[in-house]
Every structure is written in structure tokens, then in C-alpha cells.
Design a protein around this ligand. Structure first.
Ligand code: NOJ
Ligand code: CA
Length: 708
């Protein structure tokens, strides 16, 4: 990776040096639009406000920590010093939504000390960018105390009105709830408990997971999240619906008896607020990656962004099973009845997928259910040790499949379902990763379905945060890339560990196959783009062409049109994108579906990305320029409402001609009544062209723009 420092101005200005607890200090964004005021209350408690163009966005909000066996860190502080500095640099991503990232911000570093005998110290650091801000705490060293157990971090975000909010419940175990749209005063996370389709879920309070996005009455867009979540617990935000207040509530651990045990001195993750005058600005923001440390693992060229197929969707729709015994049968998911054995991961089936990939320009193949242990997967309480990441089922000739894939130029992606038994996984990782490398495998999809073992730990607690990071580090040492399912949320750490290629951490496509609540509604991805996607790449697994799959499941379907599925390859960013449907659905009569050409052509690694239009939960259109080729791709999706979109190609370079292929909804297309109706149109365009496109209810469009 190459870092180009264009301009790095550093100005340290000594601003305050006194013990006057009324001291105030402020910092603005480089464009001066966002301003943060830091202050101490009369009781000496640190607090801050945020304004945008002079309007308050976050009203007086205070900060404190509670500990086991120590007084809270709250009142009685004095400002010892405060300094400001500026950074303006560019850095290069190995793969991403864009190649070069601008990191331009002003920093305010405030050092505080308690006016007590112990005189504990606390630094609060604000970094203010044009697109938002982040702040973190540094808990100072204490004489004779090496470690503290944080029982609560109380960071407030007091809002200025009853904003419209896109939220999901603050679950310590899973991010696979649907986003809800409501006024802030109507957030009711506790009503989302006991979801029938979630095996692990823990919603202790009326809190929301992050990212949580909002729109104010004045039309300003806000999104709250965190950056650089390291050796700490994931943050939810507890809501005070009456006062429009939010306060951090960390995921806990019953084993720990608190939230996070940390050695002093300790720096917390950044608490982030994205601020934008248009919804698309939230997506274009690089705040989170900029608040993370640079690449710590060196060369990552062992991974190449790619599209992949997989023995996967067929298990979710119930055509086949993960295990040979037939006990993990999603076709009987609803009543939990035991099914029959229809093992998906057979040598023959893998070869069928390899042939399909090789013939259609798809580089990767994922095979789930290849290793023994799946018969004891979800149904077993004690899942410690059930999985073996080395031993194939007898009907899957691992060596033969690998040799065949190699011959055909297809890269096989490993699959490690840990069944949420991280201790077992940690014991086996070294051997499992060596086994992968011995077989030239460079990436693995991991999974953590179920309640974490040991009991008392949650997916988003400190113990698991550290596990997910250990996986990234150990995998990096072996030159392996990780696509984690049931992960900890992304917090921009892909900058530090670029081998964190993608993750799930949302209601993925799979819910359409078996969820008993009707699957993902048509507005799902138009919401995800402005919420979950702000945190980082998503392994959503788009590309269902056989939308109703009645042959397998009459009670389930995908709730979008086929063109909407195509658009997702551009709208949803990931350096790995699955073409998730079955080969026979892409080539129904042995002949490849004409619309599959878009999946063949579309890029997976981008020079730059532009959000052309969008409203949270309604619609979004994104254009991305492919790295190196100069080709552009555009994807647009809508919710359950039809819409007309005028695409203005002025984002194209001036004076260049492009062959545009438009994949759009057919005239009578509809996500429910006619989802597979599509049209393909070819035309010449340049930067002065515009085109009108009709999107069906639940519909979308995709455009490939091939440079001439
Ligand atoms: C859940 C993952 O999200 C899904 O993609 C995978 O197929 C199953 N777990 C099995 O590991
Ligand atoms: Ca999942």
C-alpha cells in the first residue's frame, strides 16, 4: 500500500493552561460548517455541543464513566491544556469505494485532571471533518492501578428535535433485525424482542444499534456510529424518547460483570457523528476509515476483489442440506421437522458450479457444508468442538474439487462455520489456516450462528470484539482474507486490517429464503445503503433471478424485481460479490439469461463512487468508476413505490464516448406480481447525455458504461 501525503499541516496551538473550571474551547471543520464546543459544567463535568452552519445539532451533552471498585469519572475536572492541530493528507485503499481517500480534519486535544486526591486524568480528543466528527477518550494512567473494569460509559448525544430515525434495536448479539422508520419519540426497541427467526438475540433496553441514521425537520442528515472498536465493547445508544436524548450503552458480559476491562492508559473507540445536507453525503463520507490507523499488515495482494458463486442459496431455499444426514433442512425450517439427506456439497455439485463459474467469467466458488459436523449445528446446545475445519464429508472429495477448480481457473473460498464456539475456533485456527494455504486458498467466510459459548458472552461484547480481531490478525499473518458472518459491526478497521474484506452484520438475502415474517421488504436495501452500509462492505449476496422459487418454497420469495437485484452489485459495496442463485436459474434452458451479462461485466473494485440521488428508505442511485478500465457502472433501486429516474451522465469524463447497456424493469414489472420482467437497451452516451428510466414498485435498474 502506498501512502501519499499531499499536505500535512501540523499546528500545535497552546490555548488554555489554567485550572478555571469554566474554561471553554472550540474547534471547527476545515470548511467551518461544523463546530464543536467543549466545556466543563459548574460541577466540572466535561460536555460538548455540536452545531452545523450555526444551528445546534447536538445540544449540551455530558460524558462520564462508571467503574467497579472506583469512583465514577464524572465531576470535578479542570482543563489542564488544550491544543489544536490540522491534518490534510491522502491515502490509498488497496480496494474500496474509491482508490484515494482525503483525510482533512482539525483536532482538538483537551487534557483534563480531577481536582481530587487521586487526581485522575482524562483526555478528550475531537476530530472535526467537513462530513462529521469523532471523539474519543483517553483514560490516563493511575498510580498503583493497572486495570479498571468499566461498568458503564455514559456519552450523551442530546438531539434538538423529534427527528425521523432509521433504527434497529440495540441487540448485543445480532444486527439482523429489519431497520424501522419512526420519529425518535416512537423508538421502541423492546417490542422487537423474541424475533422468531433469530437464534441469538439480547435486547436489554430501549436502545438502538449503530449506525443509526436520522433526518431533522430542517432536512439535515445525521448518522451515529463508532470508529476503531478495539479491545472494548460495541456501543448501542439508549434512547430517552421524551427528551430526544441518547446515551452510550455498551454491550455487556455476565462473565466479566461489566462492560470492558482495560489496562491503563486506554484509548476508547471514536464516537462518530456524520452530518450531511443530502442523504447521499452520508454514503460518500470517509469519516470512519479516516478515524482508524493505517494498514498494519502490509501487502494484501494475496486477495483480489472478485465475484463468486456458491453452494449456498440451494441450502437456504431447501433444495439441499449442509449435512449428509439431513437434519439441517431449511425446507422444513418453519416446523423444524427433520428432513431427508440431500447433501449440497458433493464433488459432483461442486464441479457443476466450477463449470458454470469458468464458463461465465466468475472467479470464485464458496462451498458450504463441505466439512463434518453440520448434523450437530444449530440443534445442539453444546456446540463446542462439533466442527472440524479439516475433514470433508465422504461424498466431497476435497482434493479432486480443488484440482478441478485449479484446472478451470476458479478460486475456492473456504468456509468456517464456528457455530459461535470461538474457543474451539481459536484452538483450530492455526491448523485450519495452514490447511487453507497448503491448498492455495486465500479467503474464508466465517460464521458465528447461535448463542456465544461460553454463556454470558455476547457477539458484541469486549470478549468477542477481541476474538474477531484475533481472527483478522492471525489470518493476516497467514495471508488470508476474512468475510465474517454474524460479525462484530464494521468500524472502519478495514483500513488497519484490509484483509477484513467484507462481512454480513445485517439481514442478508438468506432471510428471503426462509424468514417467517415475509422476508426483506422492498425498501430494505434503500434503507441499508444509508445505515448499515455506512460502516463498511457488505456480503449481502445479491443476484437472485428466480425470484419466487416456488419449486422449493411457496411461502417465500425475494421482494424485489430482477433488475433491482442487478442494481445491488453497484449500490451495495463489497470487494466480493456473490452471484447467489443456482446455475440452473441463471441458465434455465441451458442458455444463459441475457441479464446475467451485467453480473459478468460489473466491476468489484472502484476508482471513485458518486451517489447521484437518494432518500433514506425510499430510493438510491450510485455510479462507480471501475479501477483501471475507466468503465462506469450505475445502479438504482426503489422501495415499494414506482418512480421515474433521470440519469444525468455528467459524471462521465468530458469528450469520451461510452457504450451504455441498460438493464431495467419491464413495463409491467412489479416486485410481487411480475418480478422477473426486464428489458435491455443499448445506446451511446457521453457526459452531456441524460436518460429517463422507469423503476417498477420494488424495482431498479443497472447500467454498464464501457469506455470506447
Ligand atoms: C449464516 C450465514 O449468514 C449464512 O450465509 C450461512 O450460510 C449460514 N450461517 C451457515 O454457516
Ligand atoms: Ca446470517
Amino acid at each position: 500500500m502506498k501512502y501519499t501525503f499531499l499536505l500535512a499541516t501540523f499546528s500545535l496551538i497552546f490555548m488554555v493552561s489554567c485550572s478555571d473550571n469554566k474554561s471553554e474551547t472550540a474547534i471547527s471543520s476545515p470548511d467551518s460548517n461544523i463546530k464543536v464546543d467543549f466545556f466543563l459544567s459548574d460541577s466540572g463535568q466535561p460536555g460538548y455541543t455540536v452545531s452545523h452552519k450555526g444551528n445546534t445539532v447536538i445540544d449540551s451533552s455530558y460524558m462520564s464513566f462508571d467503574f467497579k471498585d472506583q469512583d465514577p469519572l464524572q465531576d470535578n475536572f479542570s482543563i489542564i491544556s488544550s491544543e489544536t492541530s490540522t491534518i490534510n493528507e491522502e491515502w490509498e485503499m488497496p480496494w474500496g469505494e474509491q482508490r484515494m481517500v482525503t483525510n482533512h480534519h482539525n483536532t482538538l486535544f483537551v487534557s483534563l485532571k480531577e481536582n481530587t486526591e487521586s487526581g485522575r486524568s482524562l483526555n478528550v480528543i475531537f476530530k472535526v471533518f467537513d462530513d462529521g466528527l469523532g471523539f474519543r477518550y483517553e483514560l490516563g494512567a493511575q498510580e498503583g492501578v493497572s486495570e479498571v473494569l468499566i461498568t458503564d460509559e455514559n456519552t450523551e448525544f442530546n438531539l434538538t428535535g423529534d427527528h425521523k430515525v432509521w433504527w434497529q434495536p440495540g441487540d448485543w448479539d445480532i444486527y439482523e433485525h429489519l431497520y424501522n422508520e419512526s420519529q425518535f419519540s416512537e423508538i421502541d426497541a423492546l417490542s422487537k424482542k423474541d424475533h422468531p427467526n433469530l437464534i441469538a438475540s439480547m435486547i436489554p433496553e430501549n436502545a438502538v444499534n449503530t449506525p443509526v441514521s436520522m433526518k431533522t425537520d430542517d432536512g439535515l442528515y445525521l448518522s451515529f456510529h463508532e470508529a476503531d472498536l478495539t479491545n472494548y465493547a460495541g456501543m448501542t445508544l439508549k434512547v430517552d424518547t421524551g427528551n430526544y436524548g441518547m446515551v452510550s450503552e455498551l454491550a455487556g458480559s455476565e462473565r466479566l460483570g461489566g462492560k470492558a476491562k482495560v489496562s491503563l492508559p486506554f484509548a476508547t473507540p471514536w464516537r462518530t457523528v456524520q452530518i450531511s445536507e443530502d442523504a447521499g453525503g452520508l454514503i460518500e463520507s470517509n469519516l470512519l476509515v479516516n478515524l482508524n490507523e493505517p494498514n498494519a499488515i502490509g501487502d494484501v495482494s494475496y486477495f483480489t476483489p472478485m465475484k463468486y458463486v456458491g453452494i449456498w442459496w440451494e441450502m437456504h431455499i431447501g433444495k439441499s442440506t449442509w449435512d449428509m444426514e439431513g437434519s439441517q433442512d431449511m425446507s422444513t425450517y418453519i416446523d423444524g421437522a427433520k428432513g431427508s439427506s440431500r447433501h449440497g456439497a458433493t464433488t459432483e455439485n461442486a464441479k457443476k458450479y466450477i463449470d458454470f463459474a469458468a464458463a461465465n467469467g466468475i472467479k470464485g466458488l464458496l462451498v458450504e457444508g463441505w466439512n463434518t459436523g453440520w448434523d450437530q449445528w444449530i440443534n445442539t446446545e453444546d456446540r463446542e468442538g462439533v466442527f472440524d475445519f479439516m475433514t470433508p464429508y465422504p461424498d466431497y472429495d476435497f482434493d479432486e474439487v480443488m484440482a478441478y477448480a485449479k484446472e478451470k481457473g476458479v478460486e475456492v473460498i473456504m468456509h468456517h462455520e464456528t457455530s459461535a464456539a470461538p474457543r474451539t475456533y481459536e484452538k483450530q485456527m492455526e491448523v485450519a489456516y495452514n490447511f487453507m494455504k497448503d491448498n492455495d486458498m486465500n479467503s474464508v467466510k466465517t460464521g458465528y450462528v447461535g448463542k456465544i459459548i461460553p454463556q454470558g458472552e455476547y457477539h458484541h461484547g469486549q470478549w468477542m470484539v477481541n476474538h474477531y480481531e484475533k481472527v483478522l490478525k492471525d489470518a493476516a499473518a497467514k495471508k488470508i482474507a476474512i468475510n465474517a458472518h454474524e460479525p462484530i459491526k464494521a468500524t472502519g478497521k478495514r483500513r488497519t486490517y484490509p484483509n477484513a474484506i467484507a462481512r454480513e452484520g445485517l439481514r442478508g438475502q438468506e432471510f428471503n429464503a426462509w424468514a417467517t415474517d415475509g422476508g426483506n421488504p422492498p425498501d430494505h436495501l434503500a434503507t441499508i445503503a444509508f445505515t448499515r452500509m455506512l460502516s463498511g462492505p457488505i456480503d449481502f449476496t445479491p443476484g437472485v433471478f428466480n425470484i419466487k422459487f416456488d419449486e422449493y418454497k411457496e411461502s417465500n420469495q425475494v421482494n424485489t424485481t430482477l433488475a433491482h437485484q442487478l442494481a445491488l452489485y453497484v449500490v451495495i459495496y463489497s470487494p466480493i460479490q456473490m452471484a447467489c442463485d443456482l446455475p440452473e436459474h441463471y441458465a434455465p434452458n441451458g442458455e444463459i439469461h441475457p441479464a446475467f451479462q451485467f453480473i459478468v461485466d460489473v466491476g468489484v473494485d472502484w476508482e471513485q463512487s458518486k451517489v447521484l440521488e437518494g432518500e433514506i428508505g425510499d430510493f438510491v442511485t450510485i455510479a462507480r468508476e471501475e479501477k483501471e478500465t475507466g468503465n462506469w457502472f450505475v445502479g438504482g433501486i426503489t422501495d415499494e413505490n414506482a418512480r421515474n429516474s433521470t440519469i444525468d451522465f455528467s459524471f462521465l469524463p468530458e469528450g469520451k464516448e461510452f457504450t451504455a447497456v441498460l438493464y431495467k424493469d419491464g413495463p409491467d414489472a412489479h416486485w410481487d406480481t411480475n418480478p422477473e420482467a426486464y428489458e435491455i437497451e443499448t445506446m451511446q452516451v457521453n457526459s452531456t447525455s441524460t436518460v429517463d428510466i422507469n423503476l417498477a414498485p420494488g424495482g431498479g435498474f443497472a447500467i454498464s458504461l464501457i469506455a470506447e
